[in-house]
Design a protein around this ligand. Structure first.
Ligand SMILES: *Cc1c(COP(=O)(O)O)cnc(C)c1O
Length: 440
């Protein structure tokens, strides 16, 4: 058994995670198909938690990377002036910022998402002179000290240390149920001098909470929050690390709401094909850094920038956005049908663009469906405070037939698991259940 072998023979720390959700040894991947050692195919509806929006090994990115290596292009240069960085910056400006009328400076920070969170909250504190930074219920921002202190799930939090200092949590859109406008409460907190809550330097949020279970903030709520933060002089930081780079349907997730955050964080799919890259986009007036004041060895990594520059080509016209919209409709219809078919087990479906979450009443059932789907050759993950949500995150570039195959695999898996749940197991069904698990 693969799981057993991996657990007993590895020297890897107990902290390892995804190899437990997907217990097989992978060898390669192309587009939205991953392969294991036995050459079994898996449809990837996980996309590196949003780091592979353009799929695995995109040919144009691969070609650009190989050409750069063959040419002895720089691989590492700190953030010294170089053509690769300049090309990326000018393309990011002309393809992403200018057409959207956005005026942001680009700060390269360490290469992972949590590095962008740290840099942004550090800058917010420096610029405002205030120390409190607030996040939202069910928010996820990463695992380093500052970012972790703004991550809501108690599984990750460390209450034994000083980590929680100078952070707080606000109720996200819908947190108190459909009838309650959480903005009213938030506004009161910052208006009432006796609320006991100091005015924060910044409020950080995801417009669609990824790890928190695909909670989608409404356009009105986002617009209201923007107004509220402006009114109280609080910086608004949008963490677009998971649902940016096209995941929500447009390059930035807040475009539909028509708001302009003070800072925007990008990572995950920014590096194009899974290479690490992160940036903080900041309004020019916030750019109060002194030269080199915030540093890091692996900022603006050249290989990541090569793939990132190539990835920006996807946004030179409307083609990808149109493709996302049509795939989004297809997924929504298919998953809605499944939701209706299994209303006694599935609570609701949420999502936008190519990020969907199916919430189960029973987290154990969600886990069973996830496991069974994996045995059938579909890679999906669970999210939410108790893992009660199955998350669908296919690559934006997924082929129509692979998307359909993944949806079929999911439907077969959930139908099967729910049928087994309600039908007492007989030797025959046990055999069938074992059969579906031996294909790897
Ligand atoms: C993944 C994620 C992060 C952290 O990024 P890492 O690269 O894992 O450090 C931060 N915020 C959001 C919304 C994320 O999804």
């Amino acid at each position: 058994m693969t799981t057993q072998t991996q657990q007993t023979e590895t020297i890897e720390s107990e902290v390892r995670g995804y190899c437990r959700s997907f217990p097989t040894t992978f060898t390669k991947a192309k587009g939205s198909i991953m392969y294991n050692k036995a050459n079994k195919e898996y449809v990837d509806f996980f996309a590196g938690a949003g780091a592979l929006n353009y799929g695995h090994n995109h040919p144009r990115m691969k070609k650009a990377l190989i050409a750069h290596l063959t040419d002895n292009g720089l691989i590492h240069s700190m953030d010294m002036d170089n053509t690769v960085k300049n090309n990326f910056l000018s393309k990011f400006k002309s393809v992403i910022l200018e057409p959207r009328n956005l005026d942001y400076r680009v700060q390269f920070c360490g290469p992972t998402g949590t590095n962008a969170v740290e840099a942004a909250i550090r800058l917010a504190r420096k610029v405002t002179g205030r120390s409190l930074v607030m996040g939202f219920t069910n928010g996820y921002h990463g695992m380093t000290q500052g970012a972790l202190s703004l991550t809501a799930n108690s599984y990750y939090r460390d209450t034994s240390s000083v980590l929680q200092n100078n952070t707080g949590f606000l109720p996200y859109d819908g947190y108190m149920g459909a009838g309650v406008d959480t903005l009213e409460y938030i506004d009161k907190l910052f208006t009432d001098p006796s609320s006991g809550t100091d005015k924060p330097a910044a409020i950080i949020l995801e417009t669609i909470q990824g790890e928190g279970g695909i909670n989608v903030a409404s356009t009105e709520w986002l617009q209201g929050l923007r107004k509220l933060t402006e009114k109280h002089g609080i910086l608004m930081i949008v963490d677009d690390i998971q649902v940016g780079c096209g995941r929500s349907g447009s390059f930035f997730s807040f475009e539909e709401a028509g708001i302009v955050p003070d800072m925007v964080l990008l990572s995950k799919s920014l590096g194009g094909c899974g290479l690490p890259l992160a940036v903080v986009l900041l309004k020019p007036e916030l750019d109060q850094w002194k030269p080199g004041e915030y540093n890091g060895t692996f900022r603006a990594n050249s290989l990541s920038l090569i793939a990132a520059t190539e990835a920006l080509s996807f946004w030179e016209d409307e083609k990808l956005a149109i493709e996302i919209a049509s795939k989004s409709r297809k997924i929504r219809v298919a998953l809605q049908r499944i939701t209706i078919q299994h209303t006694s087990h599935v609570k609701m479906l949420r999502g936008e663009g190519l990020v969907f979450g199916m919430e189960f009443y029973d987290p154990k059932l969600a886990e069973k469906v996830q496991k069974h789907a994996f045995q059938n050759g579909l890679i999906i993950e669970t999210a939410g405070s108790t893992g009660q949500v199955i998350k669908f995150l296919p690559a934006l570039t997924i082929d129509a037939d692979v998307l359909q195959k993944g949806l079929d695999l999911f439907k077969n898996s959930i139908d099967y698991v729910i049928k087994m749940q309600t039908t007492p197991e007989t030797p025959a069904t046990q055999f069938a259940s074992r059969l579906s698990g031996v294909s790897k």
